[in-house]
Design a protein around this ligand. Structure first.
Ligand SMILES: Cc1cc2nc3c(=O)[nH]c(=O)nc-3n(C[C@H](O)[C@H](O)[C@H](O)COP(=O)(O)OP(=O)(O)OC[C@H]3O[C@@H](n4cnc5c(N)ncnc54)[C@H](O)[C@@H]3O)c2cc1C
Length: 373
């Protein structure tokens, strides 16, 4: 511990200010001392923009619905999928009691959540990372590396909101279980035609699957998913190869040319597999969002889960800090039931596509040991 530097006291230190960490912080900060840290000083440009309609209820519960509407994200009126057969099937959102889903400007959404957490009293420290985490009898001691200094911190509870790598929990001996090798190659670009349908399009491919969705400001995302060890993964890393592959899919190519899609920049590439942290909470710590459960993007539930677990964990943390010895175990049980429901849905959805059952990507997902961890 550096001599002379005053120790920062916090009830909860949250590592990761993405959607889950910010949701946790903004819900706990009104009643507890919350320190929210992130290694990035601002949200990165990244993939993951479709917010499920049911998020409306969560945002309302958090007192954020009106403010969310004022952020100018684009409504998603439904989806069209070419999945399990050669013809597209449409599911419009008109019958959803929660109204439309959303195509987010992701960086704006994350920046807004961080801002709400600060406005509700959380201390936001960026760019900062934890170092030297050690257990004390009733809490934790750690340092935060911040602007070339080490800031000593004492905390009663630690929260891993660091995404798929679970950076804190792994150091505590929790293990990350993975169910498959799904990866994603993606492009952002402009819709030059300036006409947007408000629909997400999903289309199966012999070696994986695609989606494309309009984004606010006449922009669009195009994404291809396959397994990291298949030859198609090479295409997923390359802008030209992605566009060539997309042109072979009958309906996808029509949407891209109809919208005048013009990709910008190089292809992004990232892990997209199902994974789960075991356990997702322990003595004096818990994990939220992707740090607890990483979802296949086919589910389109990652952001919803980040907000939901952020809220549920804040409630559990408040009980834990008030001396309730069962709060973290209850939270763990809640994560286990989300994981079971997710597993069943994912199996059913992949099971609907049988046209390329002999291809590695699909046969792996039809087997008994299918995919979710
Ligand atoms: C290809 C793909 C497409 C997706 N599409 C969708 C979609 O359309 N809809 C949807 O709902 N979900 C989607 N998701 C999932 C969604 O993006 C995630 O579920 C969501 O980002 C989880 O939020 P989080 O806050 O848990 O983690 P993250 O968003 O990963 O945030 C983690 C934060 O922790 C910080 N951090 C990490 N390590 C440290 C450290 N050591 N110290 C300090 N800070 C650290 C990071 O900088 C980051 O800000 C998609 C995911 C993928 C891979």
């Amino acid at each position: 511990m550096p001599g002379g530097t005053p120790v920062i006291e916090a009830d909860a230190v949250v590592v990761g200010a993405g959607p889950a960490g910010a949701a946790f912080a903004l819900n706990l900060a009104p009643s507890r001392r919350v320190l929210l840290v992130d290694r990035r000083d601002a949200p990165a440009v990244r993939i993951g923009e479709s917010l499920a309609p049911a998020a409306r209820r969560l945002l309302a519960d958090m007192g954020l619905w009106e403010d969310f509407l004022a952020q100018g994200h684009a409504p998603c009126h439904g989806g069209r999928s070419v999945w399990g057969g050669p013809e597209p099937v449409e599911a419009d959102g008109l019958r959803d009691p929660d109204g439309p889903g959303w195509h987010l400007d992701r960086a704006r959404f994350e920046g807004w959540l961080r801002g709400v957490a600060s406005a509700r009293g959380a201390a936001l420290l960026v760019p900062a990372q934890p170092r030297g985490v050690a257990r004390e009898e009733d809490g934790w001691r750690l340092n935060l590396a911040y602007k070339g200094r080490l800031l000593p911190v004492r905390a009663r509870l630690l929260v891993d909101a660091g995404g798929r790598a679970s950076p804190l929990a792994r150091g505590m001996g929790a293990r990350r279980q993975t169910g498959d090798r799904l990866v994603c190659g993606w492009l952002h670009g402009r819709d030059a035609a300036g006409r947007q349908s408000g629909l997400t399009h999903i289309e199966a491919d012999p070696d994986g699957w695609w989606y494309t969705a309009p984004l606010p400001g006449n922009r669009r995302v195009l994404a291809f998913h396959t397994d990291a060890d298949l030859p198609a993964a090479t295409d997923a890393r390359d802008r030209g190869a992605l566009m060539r592959r997309a042109s072979e899919r009958a309906f996808l190519s029509g949407i891209l040319s109809g919208s005048g899609f013009a990709p910008e920049g190089e292809a992004g590439f990232c892990a997209a597999h199902s994974s789960a942290l075991d356990p997702p909470a322990g003595e004096g710590w818990l994990a939220v969002g992707d740090a607890a459960l990483g979802f296949d993007p086919l589910s389109s539930q990652g952001l919803f889960n980040a907000l939901y677990t952020g809220l549920a964990a804040a409630e559990a943390a408040d009980r834990h800090l008030a001396g309730d010895g069962t709060a973290l175990a209850d939270y763990r049980a809640g994560i286990a039931s989300i994981r079971d429901a997710y597993r069943a849905h994912l199996r059913a959805w992949y099971g609907l596509e049988r046209r390329w059952a002999e291809r590695a990507f699909w046969s792996r997902r039809h087997g008994a040991d299918m995919t979710a961890p």
